[in-house]
Design a protein around this ligand. Sequence first.
Ligand code: ACM
Length: 615
Amino acid sequence: MKQLENGVTRWAYTFAIAFVLSCTAFATDDARYGIIPKPLSLKEIAGEFHFTGQTSIAVPAGNARLAEIAEDFAAQLHKTSGLTVKTVQQPAGNIVFRETDGFAEGEYTLRITPQQIVITASSPVGIYYGMQSVCQLLPPAIYGETKAGKVKWVVPCCEIHDAPAFPYRGIMLDVGRYFMPKEFVMKVIDIMAMHKQNMFHWHLTDDQGWRIEIKKYPKLTEIGSVRKESPVGHTKEGDGKPHGGFYTQEDVKEIVEYARRRCVTVIPEIDLPGHSTAAIAAYPDLSCFPDREYEVATSWGIKKDVYCPSATTFRFLEDVFTELFELFPSPYYHIGGDECPRDVWKESSDCQDLMKILGLKNEDQLQIFFMQRITKFIKEKGGKTLIGWDEILDGGSVPGAIVMSYRGQAPALRASQQGIYSILTPNRWCYLDNTQDNPEDALSINEFMPLDKVYKYHPVPDTMPAARHQYILGQQGCLWTEYIPTFRKAEFLMYPRAVAMSEVAWCNRENKDWNSFRLRLLKEFERLDILDVNYSKAFYDVVFRFDKRLPFPKKAALTIDYPQALVRYTSDGSTPTEKSPVYSDSITVKKGDMIRAQGFLSNGKKVGRMTEKQF
Ligand code: ACM
């Protein structure tokens, strides 16, 4: 074990850490302002603006969208403070929304003085983001559902110029594996909007469930939305309990409108031609072998029952998308394209005949034909831009479609060489079902993805030449829910990592700062508490980092995210105290070693819980 040698070294180390952290705290505006994602620039100004019964918001005459933004803010402030903020016409008003030319999408300036708040932008979304910054500058109580007790409704003065680094800042929620309640979907959208994330990718269909009402095909939800049972944890055993649920078209309209008010676009995903067992169970004619028996999948993994590239399937999909066009105004539609086994297409004489007629060499090309066929319809009839998982680059190309690069970053690099746009969702940095606090957690999928790893990810691959950076549209966090049956567990895996992702997609490389983010998170947790979010508390605890594949003896690191904390640990099974050795570098562990660790502040106060690891 490597330990600090003597008291002098320990004192010097403690002092150095305290000095660095206090510099961080004083050199930046993190503690006073605490905005996430970090604004492009923030200049401190002395003093505060006080919200009172006399506060009013001035909106340009006849601008209904800005009036709506003002009213939504006023309603929230009234609910939590009891103060009534009126909307007035300029030039009156001490909160001023000013629209002017010359700002990019989402860009704004915010100037707060003791007398006035002025937000300037070229579009409502910029003004909305300015107001999100104002909300974050207010006490966290602003995010509540009821009137707060004694709260000073003030914001610190400052001058902010802010703009997103990337136009696409997304979160994906898989409701195919487990249905998630409408209210939870809205809560996810709320938290996205707070952090200036603008694309909600809704994975609505999968082998284990079809979750959206389609009037022309009622069996999609009567049959396709219910499975007989679900696997127990990571076993092959079934729990014997039916699982179901779907969103009616009225629910969808409500969610889309809720998102619109918050400057969030809802992108529906209908996964095709794979991940379609639930639809085939409802309508077996969609398969290549309609006489076989099908049921909604009751296990996870990649399924062989996929859509047949037949006239029946294309008519069905065109009907489905025609209904979706009425529900989702999004300019982007996601059509999946991932993980489509070729087995039934190989077996089907109809598919083989079709390939001959079309002159296709293999089933990869048949998949591309399938994607091109449906893309053409959605583009021509709906005027939409298509997004697909990175398999859309295999076996040909889907003209005009955007690639979601999930099998690492290589697909995005390949796409950029062909002048194709990408959104980065590499599974090792962006899949929120990856474990965050324990490299050996059995209930999550297999990648260890702690908060700092998420935060430090940048969506432009290092090896990409600057001339091609334009092809990177942004980044997205994806929550796949195979092992996440409840929305409370979904919250646990999403937050605070989805909050860190807001900064990944909003900030350029130079403006990101992990130490600053850690400090700003302290206020963020107060917001998440008010919002009753079941976020992971791993931030407060010592996390053991090691490579589970390496043999013993091996190195392990003990880290803590909480800003002012020192890690103290023991290796004799005792509980760490403020006198235990301070961890500095890596330690070497043997099989059977028991390490216990605890974060402490310099005043001896404990941070979080004691954590332990038996190696
Ligand atoms: C995926 O992870 N199958 C997109």
